[in-house]
Design a protein around this ligand. Structure first.
Ligand SMILES: Cc1cc2nc3c(=O)[nH]c(=O)nc-3n(C[C@H](O)[C@H](O)[C@H](O)COP(=O)(O)OP(=O)(O)OC[C@H]3O[C@@H](n4cnc5c(N)ncnc54)[C@H](O)[C@@H]3O)c2cc1C
Ligand code: SF4
Length: 432
């Protein structure tokens, strides 16, 4: 064994630790820079709603925010924190809370892209008496916030009961806010109805990727009491809610979309496609994904036309047309194409895909190369029939065999309707 001089014996392990630290730091920074570059190249630079803005003159690059972010949306580049995956940010602010030097503030929208936030009073009433908003539509993300607000909004609603012949409240939406509000309405013995445009419970949560781990915070639900689920898979969370629904006999009208609200004496009339409800109050718990954009073509009313991908396995052995050019459309097409014996066509009106992630682009190319999927670029759906779909394209009309159409053409919030009703809405461009 060689005897090292005493200072060298101390220095060697120190230098080794330092070298490993610097190597790892550089590797993390390079990967964060590559992620940011890929987001910019793919045009995925706009966070959906509330998101962090880092003051680089204060940031010390501690990495507290990157470790705190459960979505992996932040990274450190040249010693400063950056939102490297803006579209992954769900706005719960764990990063801001973890920052040791308060370099992060949470804002809505960006300089280029405004986000409409309705004005909501502390009792959850909007600037129109009798119309309340709870959950993400009001600007605050997270399951716990939505559920808490649903409960509190119903406490406010219950102070103004309706006369006989009128409902106390219509609750719109069965995500965390609407579900919690519904439980509270049962507990308060209100006369109410809850409507949900989809056939599924859980709102946004229902559409998380399969097996996503959901970080939940303790929350109090009416009838059920305090719920502490911690980190739980999406499927287990939905199963928990399904159990709650059964236990509390929650009456939700699925497949009913709020189309219009009009004022009448002493309340409102809310219309869906086939029903109308008269109520003293309306609670909007509709989140921020909005209602799906429609194609507006003949045959779209057929039951085989859907607007979101649920279980891909159900499409095994079928002819599926996916319509759209964003990440949701590509993910739906690729996932279904991986099922045995499926014939998937992806129709998009443009010549190439713009705002999609590199990994989706690659997966699409692979599926196409393996013959699992047919791309129909520069085509638009002209007509949907029970066994076929007609596409209009540059090379003339194309008729393809079809069992299912999945339209992924984005969603639209009912902001014009809210404004028409007199609800104050502020468009925020990167402000609190
Ligand atoms: C990918 C992703 C991951 C997330 N991960 C987490 C997490 O780990 N932890 C966490 O706490 N939060 C997470 N969030 C945020 C959380 O899901 C939302 O903040 C929460 O679901 C908001 O609840 P909500 O009830 O306000 O709205 P939503 O969940 O969006 O529910 C709104 C409901 O209203 C319905 N609706 C809309 N318009 C109409 C209409 N016109 N008529 C009838 N019904 C209508 C919708 O169909 C929907 O079911 C995540 C979000 C995303 C996108
Ligand atoms: S707000 Fe939440 S999701 Fe967005 S960057 Fe911060 S910790 Fe991550």
């Amino acid at each position: 064994m060689i005897d090292l001089p005493l200072p060298l014996a101390y220095l060697t392990p120190l230098v080794t630790v330092l070298v490993v630290y610097v190597y790892r730091l550089r590797r993390r920074e390079a990967s964060a820079a590559a992620a940011l570059q890929s987001s910019v190249q793919s045009g995925l630079t706009d966070p959906p709603s509330l998101h962090p803005v880092v003051d680089s003159s204060i940031c010390v690059g501690s990495g507290g925010c990157t470790r705190a972010c459960p979505e992996g949306a932040l990274g450190i580049i040249k010693g400063k924190a950056h939102l490297v995956h803006p579209t992954l940010c769900i706005g719960h602010g764990a990063c801001a809370a973890a920052c040791p030097v308060e370099a992060i503030k949470l804002v809505f929208g960006t300089e280029r892209r405004g986000v409409d936030i309705p004005y909501v009073k502390p009792n959850f009433e909007t600037s129109v008496d009798g119309i309340y908003i709870a959950g993400e539509l009001g600007g605050m993300g997270l399951i716990r916030n939505a559920a808490q607000q649903g409960l509190q909004a119903i406490e406010s609603v219950s102070r103004h009961r309706a006369p006989p012949g009128q409902l106390d409240v219509v609750i719109v939406g069965a995500g965390p806010a609407g579900l919690s509000a519904t439980l509270a309405a049962i507990e308060k013995k209100l006369r109410f109805v809850t409507i949900e445009q989809e056939e599924s419970l859980g709102g946004c949560v229902y559409h998380y990727p399969r097996n996503k781990i959901v970080a939940t915070h303790p929350v109090t639900l009416a009838i059920i009491g305090k719920v502490k689920l911690g980190e739980i898979s999406k499927e287990s969370l939905l199963a928990f809610w399904a159990g709650v629904i059964q236990q509390a006999k929650v009456p939700i009208q699925f497949g009913q979309r709020m189309e219009k609200i009009s004022r009448v004496d002493g309340g409102f009339v809310l219309k869906t496609a086939n029903t109308e409800y008269q109520a003293r109050s309306i609670l909007l718990a509709i989140g921020r994904r909005g209602s799906p954009n429609k194609l507006g073509v003949p045959g779209e009313e057929l039951a085989k036309v859907v607007y979101r991908l649920s279980d891909p396995e159900q499409y095994r052995g079928q002819h599926v047309l996916v319509v759209g050019g964003g990440n949701a459309a590509i993910e739906a097409a690729v996932t279904i194409a991986a099922e045995p014996d499926t014939h998937v066509t992806l129709s998009y009106r443009n010549e190439s895909f713009g705002r999609v992630t590199e990994s989706n682009r690659t997966q699409l190319q692979q599926a196409q190369a393996q013959g699992q999927l047919t791309l129909a670029l520069r085509t638009q759906v002209a007509q949907i029939e029970p066994r076929h779909v007609s596409l209009d394209g540059d090379d003339g009309p194309l008729v393809i065999e079809n069992d299912v159409v999945i339209v992924c053409a984005g969603g639209v919030l009912p902001t014009p309707m809210l404004i028409e009703l007199g609800i104050g809405v502020e468009t925020k461009y990167g402000t609190v």
